[in-house]
Design a protein around this ligand. Structure first.
Ligand code: ZN
Length: 114
């Protein structure tokens, strides 16, 4: 993210009169999607409920999607009666697509700790 030269990283500017109703850190506050508690925008773990910010799929989800891609690739090979060279490429492509879909589907989210 690029900021202009006039914006010193969100600091209140000296020339601007400060409003008493608005604290400078309000803009850096986000609500936890799990417990709706307030926390800093940069926080990776909710201080209230302990939910954790996750990027991408969990290993188990990646395994499930990859296996799904593998099955689709094998089915494709059987249905089209492709040779093993074509089948291997198809399976590889399906696994790769499944993995990408898996990662993009589970973008970033908050997960409650067990
Ligand atoms: Zn929370």
């Amino acid at each position: 993210m690029e900021t202009g030269p006039s914006d010193p990283g969100g600091n209140p500017q000296p020339g601007r009169p400060s409003l008493p109703m608005r604290a400078p850190e309000v803009s850096g506050i986000q609500l936890c999607p799990v417990c709706h508690g307030k926390m800093r925008q940069t926080a990776e773990i909710c201080p209230h409920c302990g939910a954790e910010k996750h990027f991408g799929a969990t290993p188990w989800e990646a395994v499930r999607f990859t296996l799904g891609g593998l099955v689709i690739g094998i089915l494709f090979t059987i249905v089209t009666r492709a040779g093993w060279a074509v089948g291997a490429v198809a399976i590889l492509a399906c696994v790769t697509i499944a993995f990408i879909v898996c990662q993009s589907r589970h973008g970033h989210r908050w997960m409650k700790r067990p």
